[in-house]
Design a protein around this ligand. Structure first.
Ligand SMILES: Cc1ncc(COP(=O)(O)O)c(C=O)c1O
Length: 378
């Protein structure tokens, strides 16, 4: 049998509306080929050496410039550290800032694979509610008053799976609370750049120059290609220094110098900004197609229309979506049931659809077939 190449293998003919992956045709092989050609023709063997702990200086300088332009605040290079993506950043932060048994807070719902990382580190997880304006900071305050968490993990912009964005006043309140009660914020901001019909508030990364407790993690997975395993941490220079001094980066010579050496050329050529603009155009159309299909085929579904990111977080009142999934899978349709995103086995009536993987006609067909399965009891 062939060894798999991709993480998720959707049997041909099936439609997995739950997959949070970009579709293959959106992975920009051409601009990476060009950047790689530039990288190799430069012939700089230092980029194949053990790298600097914080990452390749050319790459970090180009990334800092890109971020300053696109986020519209000054991002100096000393607030950035190269990682193998947001997952690796989260794992590294858990290693350095927590010990088994520590209490941490996550949103309910939260990104299900972050929950796996917290479980690897044997952390105790408490939840804080979300509403249409993001994390409920009042509930957070009430909870931090009673128990002292080590950190809170939050996805402030275009949340996975709920798609909501934390309102500006709440961002300020959250940052105030971390200073007042001295816990860390890990802000997972991987969807920040995928805004379709709105300008989200500045990322929590914008607070890191004043506040050491805020650490932002980000990634090229959603704006270029997950297979690069490349991302960055944006934090106060003191935090960056501490991270750069850890054993992993010292022994390994930084994270991913090879991919970052190539992506440097891609950013310099203006191709990152162009790729993001292209993705936004494609995803916006897919979002509209999913919204239309839900309206047409699943009128009982309750959801907020996303303004960015990848996901529709759908409520089907009175239904257990884990049970629905069993029959949907037999019918060749899949999605992610709400319980996967719950840290207390709740959210049974919810499911997550993604509009990143399929084109508009496939999205329509997938929603239509799921509705048939549901309405006709197939
Ligand atoms: C909120 C969130 N964080 C992190 C990741 C994974 O990021 P990376 O590929 O950079 O590890 C994802 C991917 O789905 C995600 O949705």
């Amino acid at each position: 049998m062939m060894m798999p190449i991709e993480q998720t293998d959707v049997p041909s003919g099936n439609i997995d509306l739950g997959s949070g992956n970009p579709s293959l045709e959106l992975l920009p092989i051409e601009i990476l080929e060009q950047a790689s050609a530039n990288y190799f023709s430069a012939g700089d063997r230092r980029t194949l050496q053990y790298g600097a702990e914080r990452g390749n200086g050319y790459f970090l300088t180009a990334l800092a410039e890109f971020l300053s332009t696109s986020l519209q605040f000054d991002v100096p290079t000393n607030v950035l550290l190269t990682t193998n993506g947001a997952s690796a950043a989260l794992d590294l932060l858990c290693t350095l800032y927590t010990k088994p048994g520590d209490l941490i807070f996550v949103e309910e719902p939260t990104y299900f694979l972050a929950r796996r990382i917290f479980s690897d580190h044997q952390l105790q997880v408490e939840t804080v509610a979300l509403d249409k304006n993001g994390l409920d900071v009042e509930q957070l305050e009430e909870k931090v008053n009673r128990t002292k968490p080590k950190l809170i993990y939050t996805i402030p912009t275009f949340h996975n799976p709920a798609s909501v964005t934390l309102a500006q006043e709440r961002r300020e309140r959250l940052v105030y609370l971390t200073q007042q009660y001295n816990f860390l914020i890990i802000a997972d901001e991987v969807y920040q750049f995928l805004a379709y019909d709105t300008t989200p508030p500045k990322p929590l990364a914008a607070f890191t120059n004043q506040v050491e407790q805020v650490i932002s993690i980000n990634s090229f997975s959603k704006i270029l290609a997950p297979g690069l395993r490349l991302g960055w941490i944006h934090a106060h220079p003191k935090v960056i220094k501490r991270l750069a001094e850890c054993g992993l980066l010292d022994s390994g010579g930084g994270l991913n110098p090879f991919a970052s050496g190539i992506v440097y050329y891609l950013i310099q050529a203006g191709d990152l900004a162009e790729n993001i603009a292209k993705l936004k155009g494609v995803y916006q159309k897919r979002l509209a197609a999913m919204n239309k299909a839900l309206d047409q085929y699943l009128p009982e579904a309750g959801y907020l229309i996303p303004h960015g990111g990848y996901y529709f977080w759908v409520r089907l009142p009175g239904l257990d979506t884990s049970q629905l999934r069993v029959s949907a899978q037999k019918y060749g349709i899949d999605f992610r049931p709400g319980t996967m995103f719950s840290s207390k086995m709740g959210l049974n009536e919810y499911l997550r659809f993604s509009f990143s993987y399929y084109n508009a006609p496939q999205i329509e067909l997938g929603v239509k077939k799921l509705a048939e399965c549901l309405h006709e009891g197939i």
